[in-house]
Design a protein around this ligand. Sequence first.
Ligand code: AMP
Length: 404
Amino acid sequence: MSSEKNILVLNCGSSSLKFAVINSTTAETVISGLAERLGSNKATIAIKYNGEKQVVKLTENNQHLGAIEYLVSDLHTKNLSNSLTAVGHRVVHGGEVFTSSVIVTEHVINEIIRTSGLAPLHNPANLVGIQAAQKSFPTLPQVVVFDTAFHQTMPQHAYMYAIDRDLYTGKGLRRYGFHGTSHYFVSQEAAKHLKQSPAETSVITVHLGNGCSICAIENGQSVDTSMGLTPAEGLVMGTRSGDVDPGLIIYLMNQFNYSGQQIDDLLNKQSGLLGLSKMSNDCRTLEEAVFGDDKKLKEQAKLALDVFCYRVAKYIASYTVALSHLDAIVFTGGIGENSDYIRAQVISQLSILNIKLAKDLNEKARFGAFGEIQAPDSQFKVLVIPTNEEWVIAQDAARLSESK
Ligand code: AMP
């Protein structure tokens, strides 16, 4: 193991912390893990190291800070902290200020605080991660990588909502897009695979995980994406509705006295696959039910997956409008990388564009496989490319800290 270029990557979610130490030269993941249910009495931290996984309950200090402190002491015990050269942080919202990754300064922190209103669950958690890492590793450069940055190339006609424009100029209400690190990574990998320069490669990247978004990438640059002001817009997700009629919200408020908080919970936590199926937000569970014997569960699960797939297909077709040419459609994320069922359902609805899958290739492309899955007579290529957001963060952190 080369010890010289190890980057600590921290990804603080609203109640979770994903972390990894990655060698930025060899791409080896030295240690990785996940702290979950932070802030509750069920908080745990799981650490994978040398092929073994250890899970510990965080009893006393069960917030993000406690999880980071536990991780730091574990890195000390394993003699890994001295090998670190930088810390890379994922920050969800960078507003219009950040168009690329940056080294953390006081100004950067203040801007992240200023943008927090647009991502109230995430940016404050991201800041806790930055501040805890600064305290634990005061001499190391800290680098932030924004989920929104890749989409800052979107043209105005794609990012403006058709509402009073003063709400954009005065309050920043526009479409920002998220999952930028993932869309960027798989589009770069697609260009490599196609043996083309990224600056000449146009793809539609389809990130389907618990959160889902799609991106039109023209010659290496994001020109449209399905998430908007917040990560609630666009595709159907695990627990998020994606696109709904704005009138639905007004109707719920006026006719049924829903509060803002209730609407937030409904659209972000109780909708999507979970809301439609009344069973689970997990695609695997729903696929099992579709092929299971229980008729009622089968019908509920199938409806949820049908709505999910139809929305994805509709977005793919509509994003051909944003592109002057299309080299490939790329599936990624937990569902996109693993579910041949979902990919088949989506692509089967695109026959008018003459996009077709090869059944055998589609069925084989799972569990980390990388490759083409289209039929020989398909007009466009379809690729499955596992995403690696941590690797992008590690590379940006290494590059920026070296140039400091
Ligand atoms: P992510 O948020 O990218 O980790 O993706 C989580 C989603 O991927 C969940 O809905 C999982 O059910 C789904 N997923 C993971 N593995 C599979 C699989 N083998 N088949 C279908 N869905 C899967």
